[in-house]
Design a protein around this ligand. Structure first.
Ligand SMILES: *Cc1c(COP(=O)(O)O)cnc(C)c1O
Length: 523
């Protein structure tokens, strides 16, 4: 745990507000969870909780796999160095376009939420001459303790009801998609071990019953998770000391091949793995009184933390002042530290909406402009679960530390880039040729594909594909540039090679066009 002086040093170096993530805590959380699960069980890290590539990379190094649900999470996982073939792509509403891109990048394992989802996954795989391994997500949530399949779970937008699967097993035979297992995710943030274990045991029984009644050869059973963590309040991750023995026994009874890996048993976790690694430091910019209420206005609000609170999903948060807990005699207030007797204060963020509150009538030592507050346990569902785009404030820097060492520092940014309208259906050739043929010539597309094999795997070279995400590193940049200069007989001056030009096929093509116009007019 960093000391307050360390936090102060980081704030001085990277500015406020600031997210600090401690990789040592991530490793500890993974080790604790792996030690609570049946031996050898796979743990998927759900990037939903925090897609920071540095956190993903640390978890994968520790032994986790990555579970993703979108283009953005796919990009983060690849940036973290995950092998595409090891990812599990899940989530409702996967579009044909997202699936096509995922298969093109090498993703081969999907959770299918419905018959329709399974068909779209299969179609994307067929289009790339691949086979997708699918786990069927089952909606089997409900009060634990029933025997056998629960046919009366509540309605859910997630997964398929068991009775719907059993009524039409022929719909599981889909070209391009091979059903290899089952996926459960019945609860989240379960503090009560007994209830959690009962739910997992129930999922195991349901898996065995569906295996028998659907005739499935189970290779992967993802039992979900629901492992809890405190959020934005002090406290410790709960531990699950009895889980391993109880779940192991249920597996031995219902899925006896699991010890030799048929099926592989997996769990998923987001908040439990990264929640306690993160701290948000925020600075008071203004303190004022209104009709008997004292407000401290912070430089971070629901745009940076607690964006889900608008949905009524979050319990009250609890910050603490940095630089002592108010009792230190040397906190005169001039240095910005909080000082003095506790008083009631409402913590407001910088947004122009009364909904931007991070604390209502909380007790804190006297705050003044410059006082720093620390929100603990915000490594999960912090920055990216917030209203980052609302009012356009800059995102906080995110610093990864490992012990005393700063491993990386970065800042997320939302930026707008130009896109081009897709060709109208009647203009499409339907021959599988690039729809983008009007935008650039074939030799440009070919030279990009030659240097970037991962781009060549995609049916269509899209103008706004991130070239970095398909493998453009500094070596490839030099290679691309040499080929462009050769192909178009250009000599592109160094001062034209500003950072953005290599961002996408479209930005690079713009540079070529500009250079050609210039050399044309000079000639
Ligand atoms: C949200 C979610 C997770 C992660 O949940 P945590 O409570 O953060 O562990 C895992 N799997 C699925 C399917 C989810 O929707």
């Amino acid at each position: 745990m960093p000391a307050d002086e360390d936090y102060e040093g980081l704030l001085a170096a990277y500015g406020s507000p600031l997210y600090v993530y401690d990789l040592a805590r991530v490793r500890q959380a993974y080790a604790d969870l792996a030690g609570s699960l049946p031996e050898g069980a796979r743990v998927y890290y759900s990037l939903k909780a925090n897609p920071h590539p540095g956190l993903v990379a640390e978890l994968v190094r520790a032994g986790a796999h990555a579970e993703i649900t979108s283009r953005g999470e796919l990009a983060s996982a690849l940036e973290a160095g995950c092998a595409a073939g090891e990812l599990l792509y899940s989530g409702p509403g996967k579009t044909a376009g997202e699936l096509d891109e995922a298969v093109a990048r090498g993703v081969r394992a999907f959770s299918a939420e419905s018959f329709g989802d399974l068909e779209r996954i299969g179609a994307a795989a067929v289009a790339h001459g691949a086979t997708a391994d699918c786990v069927l997500r089952v909606n089997a949530a409900g009060a634990p303790g029933d025997a056998g399949l629960r046919m009366t779970g509540s309605a859910s937008q997630f997964g398929s009801d068991p009775e719907i699967l059993l009524a039409a097993p022929e719909r599981l035979r889909v070209p391009g998609a091979r059903v290899v297992g089952l996926h459960f995710f019945p609860l989240t943030n379960a503090r009560d071990e007994e209830g959690l274990v009962a739910e997992i045991v129930q999922s195991i029984r349901t898996a065995a019953e569906l295996r028998d009644r659907l005739g499935l050869a189970l290779r992967l059973v993802d039992l979900g998770g629901g492992f809890a963590a405190p959020y934005a309040v002090p406290g410790e991750r709960p531990r699950y000391p009895g889980l391993r023995a109880a779940v192991t026994e249920a597996l031995d009874t219902s899925l006896p091949g699991w010890r030799s890996g048929t099926p592989v048993i997996a769990f998923e976790s987001g908040r439990h793995l990264v929640g306690d690694c993160g701290t948000l430091l925020t600075t008071v910019t203004d303190v004022k009184d209104s009709k008997g209420t004292r407000f401290a206005v912070l430089d971070a609000g629901v745009n940076h933390l607690g964006g889900l609170s608008g949905l009524g999903r979050l319990l009250p948060m609890k910050a603490r002042p940095l630089g002592g807990d108010g009792g230190n005699g040397d906190n005169g207030g001039n240095d910005g530290s909080a000082a003095g007797e506790p008083e009631r204060v409402t913590l407001a963020g910088p947004l122009c909406t009364p909904a931007d509150l991070l604390g209502r009538a909380v007790e804190l030592p006297g705050l003044g402009p410059g006082s720093v507050l620390a929100f603990p346990n915000v490594g999960a569902y912090g920055l990216t679960a917030s209203l980052l785009g609302f009012l356009g404030h800059r995102a906080p820097a995110e610093v990864l530390i490992d012990g005393a060492e700063v491993v990386s520092a970065s800042r997320l940014a939302l930026h707008r880039h130009r896109i081009t309208a897709a060709a109208k259906p009647e203009q499409r050739t339907g021959t599988g040729e690039s729809d983008m043929s009007e935008q650039w010539d074939a030799s440009y597309e070919n030279l990009l594909k030659e240097v970037l094999p991962r781009l060549a795997e995609q049916d269509t070279v899209l103008p706004d594909t991130s070239l970095k995400s398909v493998g453009l590193d500094s070596l490839a940049m030099v290679e691309v540039l040499i080929r462009i200069e050769h192909e178009y007989a250009l000599d592109i001056p160094d001062e034209d090679l500003v950072p953005g030009v290599f961002a996408t096929p479209a930005t690079l093509w713009t540079l070529i066009q500009r250079s050609r116009e210039r050399s044309g007019s000079a000639a």
